[in-house]
Write a protein that binds this ligand. Structure first.
Ligand code: IVH
Length: 696
């Protein structure tokens, strides 16, 4: 095939060899065009032709992710440097929300609240009012007013720290610059920046006319428009804002969320007109139906309904678990579905070696987003649905979740196609792929020799919720990995400007920025560090639990070594952490026992300082640092609330009594735990004595 014919071949019909040949040619051509444009000021193609080359390159890379070249032009220029914004630490974290998808899950959520607030479980007649409001599909920001003036605006970022978009926020008509007299001295109003559907379409038309970048959907358009280093560009973009929450406030003078919404209106904010206080699940569901019924005619995207406990005193008692409040939840609309053809089934190798089959699809629009790949989960899933290459399938996409294949649509030719055979070897390193008893996943046994795993681990290491090294995205890590510059995490901290000098896409300034970004991460907090290690099953929430429990990384590491002995105190101690079960404990212990991991860790720790876990400020708390066990029936509070309260005061709550336990709170009916505590001579308190101790 001539290079010209190759260029005309639809991406969906390419073989791997063809894809790689075209990617090589595209990289070279785009590089030459860049040189003519940037260095010679003498472009030889129109902007539209140039964009088409980049788009084709990106489309091929999406379909053949394993063929992405180290010198890929994707991500080189174009994207606004995220490093341009100052970081802002949120005075109160910006939380995310858990999801429910149907009535049963919603009922469970409400029951959970009733169980937590003991007076509600004791008295089913006390109403639990909830405010229901649409979940706006935009990006959340926090606006800080001091003495009634807008002084700061920050994006959500990772929830703890966002980007300073103050100058940009000043340009939005929906965001008041000043507030009426009488507002609290410090007032952080939070809500969603979004773009209307009409404005989005018009913006894309304008962008296309000028040969500029168009946006995939209104949310991307809103995010891209707000996060402009030049606020004058934001000012020209039609952004809007709905307010729905608050952060730090010097004096809260409202008792319910409903009252807060009224305040917002009085202060001049837009609040969503579909916001209602509902008394009970029937009312909640009726309002959900109303919102869903109006969804299509709304001029902005919504992806569900958010329910919030109306009473603030209850919200406060309920608090939150890891990143999501116990007092609010998002009821997502059902997933959107579409039909398309499976062009190929490829295998992705994850950082823990799991081989995930992926359906490469004829691109199709599902709920406004073009989908060309969907997960097939595992070998059993493909077998159960008997999915074959060439089949017509139904796919669905729910929110930000990876699209999945639902089933095969009969077209009369299914039987003529070959049954899919799951590979017996890792497509990347060739090692055997095995499936353990009782596991759904097939794993590559290549472990540390598998390039895909090493590479995915590094990508995870630098990702946003881990080391979050500005300017060092997955793509760069891939390129550096292939070039042999980075093999283990420690190598990142040994990168020098000389090593990057002359590399495609790196200029003096970007090298300098990267070096600064890396240097900034030589100190890191313990939860991030533990999460970055990519230990099987250990996500952000577990990493936090471990940090909280062990306090320092050295302590955690020692404990994991000691816990290798079955039945050891260290093992029991690990299992006493609420949220850590046997299988997770095994993965943790295995990780720290693996000699290579030990070497990688030593090397990394020679370059990075892991901060001890900063326990919440519990100075003056009589139970800070103490290990407490609750047993028997509690009368004043539910077990859940008692535990949450103790933790807020800096205590560790454990499920089992040992020598390490400091206090056992025993209610009526306490049995073996109380007995053991007395045998060990531990402090045993009644619930009343405990409440007196902690002052409530
Ligand atoms: S409340 C403590 N209300 O959804 C709860 N969030 O998945 C904080 N969102 O980051 C959020 N509409 O960007 C809340 N009416 C609404 C919302 C809403 C959209 C977004 C928000 C948040 C995300 C959580």
């Amino acid at each position: 095939m001539t290079p010209e014919d190759l260029r005309k071949l639809p991406v969906s019909q390419m073989t791997v060899d063809e894809a790689e040949a075209d990617l090589a040619a595209l990289a070279k051509e785009i590089r030459e065009h860049d040189r003519r444009y940037y260095q010679d000021d003498a472009p030889t193609v129109t902007d539209a032709e140039y964009d088409a080359l980049r788009q084709r390159n990106a489309a091929i890379e999406r379909r053949f992710p394993l063929s992405v070249r180290p010198d890929s032009p994707t991500g080189r220029v174009g994207a606004a440097p995220a490093s341009g914004f100052k970081k802002i630490r949120h005075a109160k974290p910006m939380l995310s929300l858990g999801n429910v998808f149907d009535e049963d899950e919603l009922q469970d959520f409400l029951d959970g609240i009733r169980r937590f607030l003991k007076e509600l479980s004791d008295n089913p007649d006390i109403p639990l009012d909830m405010v229901a409001e649409p979940k706006i599909d935009g990006l959340s920001i926090s606006l800080r007013y001091e003495h009634g003036r807008l002084v700061q605006a920050a994006t959500r970022g990772d929830g703890a720290e966002g980007e300073d978009v103050t100058a940009n926020a000043h340009t939005l008509a929906d965001i008041p610059q000043t507030l009426p007299d009488g507002v609290p001295d410090v007032l952080e109003v939070r809500g969603e920046v979004y773009m209307s559907k009409t404005d989005f379409l018009a913006l894309n038309d304008r962008q296309a006319e000028r040969g500029e970048k168009t946006f995939a959907n209104p949310r991307n358009a809103a995010a891209g428009s707000l996060r402009q280093l030049d606020a004058a560009i934001t000012a020209r973009r039609p952004l809007r804002f709905f307010a729905y929450a608050y952060g730090e406030v010097s004096a809260v003078d409202w008792a319910t969320h409903g009252q807060f919404i009224e305040r917002l209106k009085a202060w001049g904010f837009q609040v969503n007109p579909f916001t209602r206080v509902c008394d009970g699940i029937d009312h909640i569901l009726a309002h959900y139906e109303t919102i869903q019924a109006h969804r299509a005619e709304l001029d902005y995207d919504i992806d569900g309904v958010v329910y919030k406990v109306d009473r603030l005193d209850w919200q406060e008692r309920l608090g939150f678990v890891s990143r999501a409040p116990r007092w609010a939840v998002a009821h997502k609309f059902p997933a959107e579905k579409a039909e398309t053809i499976v062009r190929d089934i490829t295998i992705q190798v994850g950082r823990t070696g799991v081989l995930t089959p992926v359906a490469e699809l004829e691109p199709v629009t599902v709920g406004g987003v073009v989908v060309s790949r969907a997960t097939l989960h595992n070998a059993d899933y493909i077998r159960a649905l008997d999915i074959r290459v060439g089949d017509r399938v139904r796919i669905q996409r729910a929110g930000d979740v990876i699209p999945q294949v639902l089933d095969v649509v009969e077209d009369g030719f299914h039987d003529d196609r070959d049954v899919y055979v799951f590979p017996a070897a890792c497509p990347v390193c060739g090692s055997h792929a095995v499936r353990e008893e009782g596991e759904a996943a097939t794993r590559c046994t290549g472990g540390l020799v598998c390039a895909a795993q090493a590479h995915e681990r590094l990508k995870h290491f630098v990702s946003r919720d881990a080391f979050d090294i500005e300017g060092l995205g997955g793509k760069h890590v891939a390129a550096f990995f292939e070039a042999g510059l980075i093999k283990t995490p420690g190598d990142i901290f040994r990168l020098t400007p000389e090593m990057l000098d002359g590399r495609e896409g790196w200029k003096d300034k970007s090298i300098e920025n990267l070096m600064a970004a890396i240097a900034a991460k030589r100190r890191i907090d313990m939860p991030r560090f533990v999460h970055a290690l990519g230990i099987r099953q250990v996500g952000q929430a577990t990493a936090r639990l471990l940090a909280k429990h062990y306090g320092s990384f050295a302590h955690l590491r020692d404990a994991m070594t000691d816990a290798r002995v079955i039945g050891s105190e260290a093992m029991e101690n690990l299992l006493s952490i609420d949220g850590i079960g046997k299988s997770m404990a095994d993965d943790l212990i295995e990780f720290f026992a693996e000699p290579h991991n030990g070497e990688v860790l030593d090397d990394l720790l020679a370059n990075v300082t892991v901060e001890d876990f900063a326990a919440p400020d519990t100075a003056g708390s009589p139970v800070a640092g103490k290990t407490v066990v609750f047993t028997g029936t509690l009368e004043a509070m539910s077990r859940g609330e008692a535990k949450a309260k103790a933790e807020a005061l800096g205590a560790k709550v454990s499920g089992s009594v040992s020598k390490k336990t400091d206090i056992v709170v025993a209610g009526p009916g306490a049995g073996s735990k109380e007995k053991k505590a007395r045998e060990l001579g531990l402090q045993v308190l009644s619930e009343r004595e405990w409440l007196d101790l902690v002052g409530s």
